[in-house]
Design a protein around this ligand. Structure first.
Ligand code: SAH
Length: 450
């Protein structure tokens, strides 16, 4: 049958998209349905019928998934932050495992074991960084997260995946910011002062950093504001202002200064300590990062004699984990500021066997080989687009005896594993880890041997 706009259909949901929409097929024609879950029979109203696929609105759930739950968040339906709160946590982990397995089979044609996803015991309030936009709507101050696909704010009293400290500060500033001359910024007119509240939390230290991103430097009564913040959140050790006068979507501006306290907070992952400043890159869910990196460390199979290269090393988190058990670690990362942080973190933790270089992994690693620096193990943790083709070619040419692949995108992971397998490597089991409960993201660790 041909699906047309305004059709009312009863369909069976087979799958979920990467943004959490249910997928049903009518004679092979896919229909995307927001709010529908796999294994549900639902009645839908087709709102758009394109040539190859269509979109429908959920009218009624005829048969509900056993994993359906009521989303606990008050703004789940409009907010773009979470996609899966209507699916139980157990259901989410199963769905993510299926997503990884399907990428391996369909995209990579890689025949390997996909292990059950390692989830969190408590999958709430896991974020250590909250970036909360402020705005005005019908004359009142609103703050929360952006609605899905837009820059309108889903005004919320609480965000269940961010810290309680962030909630408290968000609510207090919603009520009081105007008193301190911090009128919320309006993206449409460019008027107003307070753009974002950023709250960072050191999980192990308990320290909180408060960053106010404003359009100009002006704060009418800074002393009173500091006092107010400390009263609302006594764990605050650092109050920072960042100034962003530009009319862009980018959160931070160039200028940052410390109003009160330290310029950074401290956090540990495993036995390694990190100093995090207002703008440093740092993993969002440190508890699960520890789980992921332990798996990466196991996958590296180190004995203490190895030279390890860590490509896409960021601030050196994985590198320093590896340095605990390797002879030497060479990290490469394209963002110079991150490399500075990596060097400082190595020094802070007393590592003398970790070196970092700024550059593109595909160029620097090729150069290292030319310089005769031969790794036993290469660890890669690329961004969503996966490994650069040149890096894959270099690895296949020089054949380090083990490659550990940490990935935030199962599709590009599967694609790259296929290429490495064609180049002579054998892929071992894939271990997914849930770093972002209630979203559709999933991380994986796997390793390859020659
Ligand atoms: N391993 C790090 C960060 C991984 S995120 C951690 O666990 O914290 C991916 C990183 O790759 C980012 O820091 C990004 O800046 C960096 N990157 C992107 N393209 C790159 C390239 N071509 N060469 C090296 N690093 C790159």
């Amino acid at each position: 049958m041909t699906v047309k706009k305004n059709d009312r259909l009863t369909v069976f949901v087979e799958d979920l998209t990467h943004d959490g929409q249910g997928v049903a097929k009518v004679d092979g024609y896919p229909i995307f349905i927001k709010g529908a879950l796999p294994d549900e029979k639902v009645e839908v109203h087709v709102v758009k019928a394109l040539k190859k696929y269509g979109f429908a609105k959920l009218v009624e759930i005829v048969e509900s998934s056993p994993f359906r739950v009521a989303a606990p968040c008050p703004v789940f339906d409009s907010c773009g932050g979470c996609q899966l709160q209507h699916l139980s946590y157990e259901g989410q982990l199963m769905m993510k495992e299926k997503q990884v397995r399907s990428a391996m089979e369909r995209i990579g044609k890689v025949h390997t074991t996909v292990l059950p996803v390692l989830g969190m015991d408590n999958p709430w309030r896991y974020r250590n960084k909250s970036q909360i936009p402020f705005g005005v709507e019908e004359g009142r101050v609103v703050a929360g997260f952006y609605k899905s696909g837009s820059h309108d704010i889903a005004n919320t009293p609480t965000c269940l995946i961010q810290s309680e400290e962030a909630d408290r500060l968000m609510l207090a500033l919603k009520e009081q910011a105007v008193e301190f001359g911090l009128e919320p910024y309006d993206e449409k007119t460019g008027r107003g002062q307070l753009r974002h509240l950023v709250v960072r939390k050191g999980r192990t230290s308990g320290e909180t950093m408060v960053v106010l991103v404003t359009k100009t430097k002006k704060i009418s009564q800074p002393e009173r504001l500091i006092h107010f913040i400390l009263e609302v959140e006594p764990t605050t050790v650092s109050i920072v202002q960042n100034i962003n006068p530009t009319r862009t979507n980018v959160i931070f501006g160039e200028e940052t200064f410390v109003h009160w306290g330290k310029s950074h907070i401290v956090d540990s992952i495993g036995d390694i300590q990190f100093e995090i400043s207002a703008r440093s890159f740092y993993q969002i869910n440190p508890l699960q990062t520890n789980v992921l990196y332990q798996k990466a460390l196991e996958a590296a199979g180190l004995t203490g004699n190895e030279t390890v290269m860590d490509a896409y090393c960021g601030i050196g988190t994985i590198s320093l984990f590896l340095a605990q058990q390797a002879k030497q670690v060479l990290g490469v990362e394209i963002v110079p500021q991150a490399v500075e942080d990596a060097r400082r973190n190595a020094e802070l933790n007393g590592f003398t066997n970790a070196e970092f270089e700024v550059g593109a992994a595909e160029d620097v690693i090729t150069q290292w080989y030319e310089d005769g620096r031969l790794p036993d193990v290469v660890v890669v943790d690329p961004p969503r687009k996966g490994l650069d083709g040149k890096l894959i070619d270099t690895l296949i040419e020089h054949k380090p005896r083990r490659i550990v692949y940490v990935s935030c995108n199962p599709a590009t992971l599967a694609r790259d594993l296929r290429l490495l397998e064609d180049g002579g490597y054998k892929v071992h089991e894939v271990q997914p880890v849930d770093m972002f409960p209630h979203t559709t993201h999933v991380e994986c660790v796997t390793y390859l041997t020659i």
